[in-house]
Write a protein that binds this ligand. Sequence first.
Ligand code: FES
Length: 162
Amino acid sequence: MQKVFDIKENKQKFDELLAYIESQDKSQGVLMQTLHKAQELFGYLPIEVQKFVSEKTKIPMAEIYGVATFYTQFSLEPKGKHTVGVCMGTACYVKNAQLVLDKLAKELNVAVGATTEDGLFTLEATRCLGCCGLAPVIMVDDTVYGKVDPKDVPEIVANYKK
Ligand code: FES
């Protein structure tokens, strides 16, 4: 089922975002901070939120969309309750991170970059997570798992289904 963004349901968040925008010093570049704030509030940057930012900051939609799609920290899709990041940096890649990623995609039945239908997991391929000695590394929310073997995947996933 396709999730629909409900503007009315999110009114309080829009009010909060507006208050944030109005508190900003407009002589400085405000777009990055505003999009960060919007993502913090809504969890992602749906088109309705981008339009709102454009309207309130007078920054063209094309510029907002360009920034929102260029930087990987911004997401245009709702994220799952848990984010599973598989490091695809060099050290992890040579230690078969791709097999771990494939196993996760199969176990969760989701494509890389997408969210499971139950909204529980978002699967992502990431850059180096800074703990290469533990390669291959995955990160679930704020927890790092090192030296992950594809056969460890079902147990790791099961912990987050409880
Ligand atoms: S390459 Fe994976 S943690 Fe550095």
